[in-house]
Design a protein around this ligand. Structure first.
Ligand SMILES: NC(=O)c1ccc[n+]([C@@H]2O[C@H](COP(=O)([O-])OP(=O)(O)OC[C@H]3O[C@@H](n4cnc5c(N)ncnc54)[C@H](OP(=O)(O)O)[C@@H]3O)[C@@H](O)[C@H]2O)c1
Length: 357
């Protein structure tokens, strides 16, 4: 039985919290909420479950450390407040508490990250003899587990493309995702944060280099490309309302180039509602989101990962899977040597242990 703390109860956190409460091999001992309206409320209520757990949300990190859990699941929004997120994760790690998480997405490829991110976390792991592991569905599964599975079916690969083709219309995250991608802005506005020069390669270049590294291939360069799509009519969706002339679709990629051609491509096609960007690729079979890997090689391999759920929208199902990617390896991470763990360190079968009870 692993004693666990859930840190944050947002889009991903509420699903990891439900998973932690539901699984018989975990004991939920604490929950962090930053939102003052959530502090003091029962964990079950914060993730939509009926029966109370008796575990009340707190914003006091010291009191969570004092519980001496085996592991913290850190899903607080990290990329907009990186130094604070590093500090919070480091406090648990230095106290000897393992951390798994979905935040700070650069950590999905920890062997590609810069020193400002790696050093404080590595030092904290060393001080506390603890481990840190970050993953998700994209980035995460789509560029690691799925890519390795697809490539393992080829005897030779000429190129590999990792694609997310998703309708984010129902993703209730205008404040971060919506603003960062510039949805609703016009062609006269400054490019959004995500599409400033160099940002795509900063966000996704690590994934590209990591795949090239696994292939044993030298890249000449990692470049980026971006295409906006502006709507000529009003688009209304859960994320926001986009007025005519506003951005309602984006297609962007980081490309690992060798000898003038893209060897490794990580591409996103993101639209708000099916009405956006009608000339761009849609997911297959009427789905509103797909994670796809295409290997051009001997043979050509195309792998489509399609999530669905009887109640949840596909973006919420993606959040469930993002939570699963880290909750499922808590036990292994608790047994791992100290340090920052990469997905390739984890035996694949360890990622499914405990899913059936
Ligand atoms: N790799 C993937 O596939 C993938 C997919 C989705 C998300 N992610 C990553 O996972 C993280 C969470 O995403 P999300 O969509 O769940 O984010 P979110 O819903 O926007 O925010 C998550 C939670 O962060 C907490 N938070 C916000 N400001 C905070 C602060 N100053 N101090 C402490 N906690 C704070 C809040 O928790 P409370 O509401 O409890 O106060 C909030 O609900 C992000 O870093 C995101 O990039 C990765």
């Amino acid at each position: 039985m692993r004693r666990v703390v859930q840190f944050s109860t947002g889009n991903v956190g509420q699903h990891s919290l439900r998973a932690l409460i539901g699984r018989p091999d975990f004991e939920l001992v604490g929950v962090h909420a930053a939102n003052p309206d959530k502090v003091g409320r029962d964990a079950a209520e914060l993730c939509g479950l009926a029966g109370p757990t008796g575990v009340l949300a707190t914003d006091d990190i010291d009191s969570l450390i004092a519980l001496e859990p085996d592991c913290v699941v850190y899903t607080a929004l990290g990329e907009t407040r990186p130094m604070e997120a590093i500090d919070q994760m480091a406090r648990f790690l230095a106290a000897g508490i393992n951390v798994v998480g979905t935040s700070m997405v650069w950590l999905v490829t920890p062997r590609q990250i810069d020193d400002w991110l790696r050093e404080p976390l590595e030092n904290a792991c060393a001080a506390g003899d603890s481990s840190l592991y970050v993953n998700g569905i994209d980035p995460g599964y789509s560029g690691d587990t799925a890519v390795l599975a697809a490539l393992s079916l080829a005897t030779r690969a000429q190129s590999v493309t990792v694609q997310e083709v998703f309708d984010y219309g129902n993703y209730d995250d205008y404040e971060y995702t919506g603003k960062a991608m510039g949805f609703g802005t016009t062609a006269d506005d400054e490019p959004a944060m995500a599409f400033q020069p160099g940002v795509i390669t900063t966000m996704f270049g690590g994934l590209v280099r990591n795949i090239a590294h696994h292939l044993g291939a030298e890249l000449d360069d990692v470049t980026q490309r971006f295409e906006p799509w502006y709507t000529d009519r009003r688009i209304e969706c859960k994320m926001m309302t986009v007025e005519p002339g506003g951005l309602a679709g984006v297609r962007f990629a980081a490309e690992g180039v060798r000898d003038g051609t893209a060897l490794v491509t990580v591409e996103h096609t993101t639209r708000l509602t099916p009405a956006a960007a009608p000339d761009w690729e849609y997911p297959p079979d009427g789905h509103s989101g797909v994670h796809k890997v295409i290997v051009e090689g001997e043979p050509r391999v195309e792998m489509n990962t399609l999530l669905s759920h009887p109640v949840l929208d596909v973006t919420e199902a993606g959040c469930v899977s993002t939570a699963a990617r880290v909750v499922n390896v808590i036990d292994w991470v608790c047994r791992a040597p100290a340090g920052i763990i990469a997905v390739e360190d984890i035996p694949p079968a360890e990622m499914v242990r405990g899913l059936v009870w």
